[in-house]
Structures are given as structure tokens and as C-alpha cells.
Design a protein around this ligand. Sequence first.
Ligand code: F3S
Length: 420
Amino acid sequence: MIRLSKYDKSVLNGEHGPGALTAMKIITRMAEVYGTDRLMDIDAAHIDSSLYMGDATLEFAEHLASQGAQVVVPSTLNVSGVDEHGWQAWSVPPDWADNARRQMVAYVAMGCVQTWTCAPYQTEHRPHFGQQIAWGESNAIAFANSVIGARTERYPDLLDICAAITGRVPAVGYHLEENRRGQIHMPLEGTHRKLQENDGLYPVLGHLVGKVAQDKVPVLTGFDVSPTEDQLKAFGAAAASSGTVGLFHIVGITPEAPTIPAAFHGREPERVVEITMESLRAARAELSTAEGEKLDMVALGCPHFSQPEFEHLAGLLEGKEKASQVEFLVTSNRAMTMLAEKTGSLETLKKFGGRITRDTCILTTPMLPDEIRIIMTNSAKYAYYAPGMLNTQVVFGTLEDCVRSAIDGRVNRDEGLWKT
Ligand code: F3S
């Protein structure tokens, strides 16, 4: 039996309208499924249900909106199923675009903020340490929990919007201090400083850590450098793809891990798994399925490109031009794209021959033409999912590798860093 507050009861009595009643019924039922009798307050949400995946997701959104459901906490939106302003330039079927747009409209009608990004933590809506939130989207969950120290369970689509409409969630998982304890110790052994400084390490490391940790909380030690926020973003996205990592600690770097005992809450790790150069090389190899030099497309921006990433990319593209046979795509959200436009990075991208897709990405909208068979990316998440979801082959490389390859019109990776 769920312990209900006065507010919960009033929602279940229909006093806040039929939309809130539907959402609260789902929340209380899910509390039973999670095995708790307790609900708790959240004060922000990030909604991954915004993603159009067919009739069911559209109907669910329109049903709630037609019942007058409104979010009661600030609620950002994850990617949508269509780039509203640019889908016609790609292979998106018009009926898909129409349905995906209808779904966007439904979430906006419920009062959500039109961030349309899988990197909401790089917007003004970034949560703060200790804040109780209900976030969907695996990379965002990992980042919010680990890098910021906010508290969210891994919310599946549809439950996230119910949390936003009620402001209530089952009191389980990473909302609770005791479940935030590190479980697997993964020391970095023999990873040289130059590699630690390189962006290319973090997706590979995340891929490896996700495979080992699965749904446990990994604790990494042995860093000689302080990774940048974008490097931690790439790491978390990878670990949440190959595993279901929703929280990680890096000792001396992330806020809940000032020391090893603090990361493990004073207990012993369940397991110790060393990260060696050999295991990293193997993980890197797994992220490529294509052989040879053939290349159809470079895809960047998974998770969505940030302002520093646009700037970095522009520096690499300045005065250069891609090979005509290779598509060059960056995915980001409308706010970052606007900033890139202001700073001139977008112009540099266009002069290079590159294109931008806003508010969605290649995995969430059917935009790629059939001719795209081999994709190169600096994202372990794209590399992990593209073969299965898009039926393409992939090559993983650093941002520099991707740019060089786009210019050369063939895969051209620098192996130097991975040799020693
Ligand atoms: Fe974002 Fe799409 Fe990657 S939603 S995290 S760009 S798969």
C-alpha cells in the first residue's frame, strides 16, 4: 500500500484534472513495481518521451495534453523526432515529420521548455548538486548524477512526463543516498598522460567501463589530469550505452568522490577491474565495424554539440573543404546552433561543406538516405547504436580523425596515441 500525501490523494481524487489523475495512477503503480511504498518530491524533470517512436508515443502525449495535463516542475525536453526547420533537406518521410511535430506540440502544450536536447546539463536549466530531479535520456542521467551530483533514477520514457505532471516519484534508486555508493573499483593502469588529455580516450573508456559495470556504480581512479566537461559527457554517454551506467564516480574529479573511501561510502568494492592499455585498445577496436578506407559520412554531436565543441571544430575546419563524396553532419540543439551562428562557427562549418541538424539526431529521425552505408564518428554512442539501428557500418575516430578523413574522402585515423 503506497503511503499517500494529502496532495497525492487530491490528485487521485481528480481535483487536479484528468491528466494529473492519469499521471498519478501511473506513478503509484510504478512505485509498487519498484517495490516501495514511498513517494517523494522532485523539483525538475527532463522529458525523453518527446521522442516520436510511432503511434503509441504520439497517442500517449496527445491523450495527456487533451486531458489538460500540465507539468508542475520546470521540465526540459529531450530531442524530438524531427528537425522542424531542416527535415526537407534529408530523407525524412513527410508523414513522419508531421507526426513527430504533433508530438512536439503536445509536450509544449503541457508546459515543457523547448530545449530539444540530449545535453540539457549544458543549458541554463542545468540542475545543481543534491537536487532531486526526474530525468530521462541515459547520457543526461549519467551526467546529472555523476558530474553534477544531482539525484535522479534512470527514468524510462513516459514515466518521466508522469513525474513532471505530478511532481512526485517513487523513492528508489539514485534518489537515495545509500544507492549512490561506488561498487566496482576501476583503476587506470599505465594510461599515459597524453592519452588522458586527448578527447579520444573518453568515449573508449566509457565504452569499456559500461561493459564491465553494466548497472553498477563504477569508481575510477588514477587520473593525472582533470577531464573537461565535454570529455566527461562523452564518457558518460558511452558508459550508459554499452552498459546502463546511471552514476559513476571519478576520485578527485566528481563531487561525491573526493577520496576512495568517500566514493565507496567507507565499504570495500565488490570487484576491482583494472583498466589497461590493452583493454582500452580492445574497446576502441570494438567501436568500429567497417574495414578499409571507404567513407560516406562523418556524424558528430552525440550527445549534442556544445559551444566549446563548435569552437574546437571550427578551428579544425577553417580554410578547408571536405571531399564532395563525404557528408559531414553535426547534430545539436537550437540554442547551441544559435550561439554557433553568432560566433561564426556555423559559417565555418558551412564553408567546409558541413551541415547541421537541430533538435534531433541521426538515431532518432529517419533522415539518412540509403546510400549512407559507412559512418565515421567521434561518439561511442553513435558507434554503438548505428549498426543495429541504422544498419550501417561505423568507424570510430577522434574529432581530428573525422575532419582529416572528411577532407581526404577516406578513413584516415592517427594510431599514434594508442600504440604506447
Ligand atoms: Fe543525443 Fe541522439 Fe546521441 S539523442 S545522445 S545525439 S543518440
